[in-house]
Design a binder for this molecule. Structure first.
Ligand code: TYD
Length: 205
């Protein structure tokens, strides 16, 4: 079973992934926790370019292709083998991030980003995707409280953040069966409960 978590910065994905991992392991599942961009050595190197290259402008097309190449490696080296051996894979961001950030927010179009990613994912869509939805003001508030420097994408303007939020809401319309939209302002315990319930349901099918 392949489960992905999506959402804007500061939406609390990491906390929820860790809690779901813990609960799944208590029920005897073998779980692999991973993230994008990254998850393998090569993909982590691509991540460094994507998140920390501050001096040169990365063109939207280059950006989309770099995310997709990191993903191609991640799918083949880690995700698919783990799924084949019966493990549950929990991934912090996946192809939906590209559809939203590069396709919708950067304006490359959904079709272009989908076609770039066809080769990368080779048909491997998540079974279940949790989108943690957070109003932009709240997202900015939470980021300001974090005591660390912001990466290249976190420095993007408010308008870009609004586009990513709207992008996720649109994605829910496109993939209603796979995507569970959650209000990230809810208490972590409540979110955890809803996420676990949806995961159990999906595992029964
Ligand atoms: P990360 O530090 O992992 O952020 P977060 O905690 O918000 O997940 O940085 C990942 C950044 O990369 C994030 O701003 C979203 C962006 N991104 C894309 O633009 N496209 C993609 O395909 C992926 C996977 C991430």
């Amino acid at each position: 079973m392949f489960i992905t978590f999506e959402g804007t910065d500061g939406s609390g994905k990491t906390t929820q992934i860790e809690r779901l991992k813990h609960t799944l392991e208590e029920t005897g599942c073998l779980v692999v926790q991973t993230r994008e961009p990254g998850g393998t050595k090569v993909a982590e190197k691509i991540r460094d370019i994507l998140l920390f290259e501050m001096e040169e402008t990365i063109h939207p097309e280059t950006e989309a292709l770099l995310y997709a190449s990191a993903r191609a490696q991640h799918v083949r080296e880690l995700i698919r083998p783990a799924l084949t051996s019966g493990k549950v894979v929990l991934c912090d961001r996946f192809v939906d991030s590209s559809l939203v950030y590069q396709g919708m927010a950067r304006g490359l179009s959904l079709e272009t980003v989908l076609s770039i990613n066809e080769v990368a994912i080779a048909g491997l869509w998540p079974d279940l995707t949790f989108v943690l939805d957070l109003p932009v003001d709240e997202s900015l508030n939470r980021m300001q409280k974090m005591d660390r420097a912001l990466d290249r994408l976190e420095q993007e303007k408010r308008e870009f953040r609004e586009l990513t939020r709207q992008g996720y809401l649109q994605l829910k319309e496109l993939y209603p069966e796979r995507i569970v939209l959650l209000d990230a302002t809810a208490k972590p315990e409540e979110l955890q409960e809803v996420i676990w319930k949806a995961t159990r349901e999906a595992m029964k099918q």
